[in-house]
Design a protein around this ligand. Structure first.
Ligand code: PXP
Length: 245
């Protein structure tokens, strides 16, 4: 049965191309080349996280990615340094993420509810210059309400708990995501999702009707080792499209 849902955008996160490059300190593999291949293969945008410790993407990468045609979604912590960089480069979108120095990856969502006063000026300054702001939050009704109060037009739901769960636990996480996406849309927010998505687990998430965009990185860059980045992105694109009917 065709669900006939609107096309879901795919943002390809190229951070881990830079991780491999940085392992040797040179300029290969180049995340900008990866971005161009991903766009050619069906990515609608490129996502990159400039971390405080610059462990993968660098300031120069951001400048080069910004000069490309595909829209750039800059993932950033709510710090004055990152705000200054975002205001300078004016990416199409900025996704505010929590960042802890010791974590391997972004381990949970932002506390948009508890952090209202701290986050509000960041959302306002980014919005004022026309950057589409999103908040990376858990699929939790309290966080959705808080994001709406902050005036961010977009929320991105952390799909890590869904991706790591199995069986009944995964079904419950999927329901949490679907409910949060419906609540976000009801509040006038555009819901996105990402983290830990793969060929095996993407379809049920892609079928959530209110979702407008998925951001996927680590799995695609890993899979690129075996089948090439263009084919990995193309296959993900096809799985998302099939899930939408
Ligand atoms: N969305 C956000 C906000 C993220 O921080 C990340 C991880 O950097 C992703 C999506 C992509 O997650 P993954 O690399 O696990 O696909």
């Amino acid at each position: 049965m065709s669900l006939g849902l609107p096309r879901l955008r795919l943002g390809v996160n190229i951070d881990h191309v830079a991780t491999v490059r940085n392992a040797r300190g040179g300029d290969h593999p180049d995340p900008v080349r990866a971005a161009l291949i991903a766009a050619e293969a069906g990515a609608d945008g490129i996502t990159a996280h400039l971390r405080e410790d610059r462990r993968h993407i660098t300031d120069e990468d951001i400048a080069r990615l910004r000069a490309l045609l595909p829209p750039l979604n800059l993932e950033m912590a709510a710090t004055t340094e990152m705000l200054r960089i975002a205001l300078h480069h004016r990416p199409h979108a900025a996704c505010i993420v929590p960042e802890h120095r010791e974590e391997r990856t972004t381990e949970g969502g932002l506390d948009a509810a508890g952090g209202h006063n701290r986050l509000a000026p960041f959302v306002a300054e980014l919005r004022d210059v026309g950057i589409r702001v999103s908040l990376f939050i858990e699929p939790d009704p309290r966080q959705v309400d808080a994001a709406a109060r902050l005036g961010a037009p977009v929320v991105e739901f952390h799909t890590g708990a869904y991706a790591h769960a199995e069986g009944e636990g995964r079904a419950a996480e999927l329901r949490r995501l679907a409910d949060a996406a419906a609540l976000a849309a009801k509040n006038g927010l555009e819901p996105h999702a990402g983290h830990g998505l793969s060929f095996d687990n993407v379809a049920p998430v892609a079928a959530i009707p209110q979702l407008a965009e998925l951001n996927i990185g680590h799995y695609l860059v890993g899979e690129a080792i075996f089948i090439g980045l263009g084919d990995a992105v193309g296959r993900m694109r096809a799985l998302m499209d099939e899930a939408r009917g």
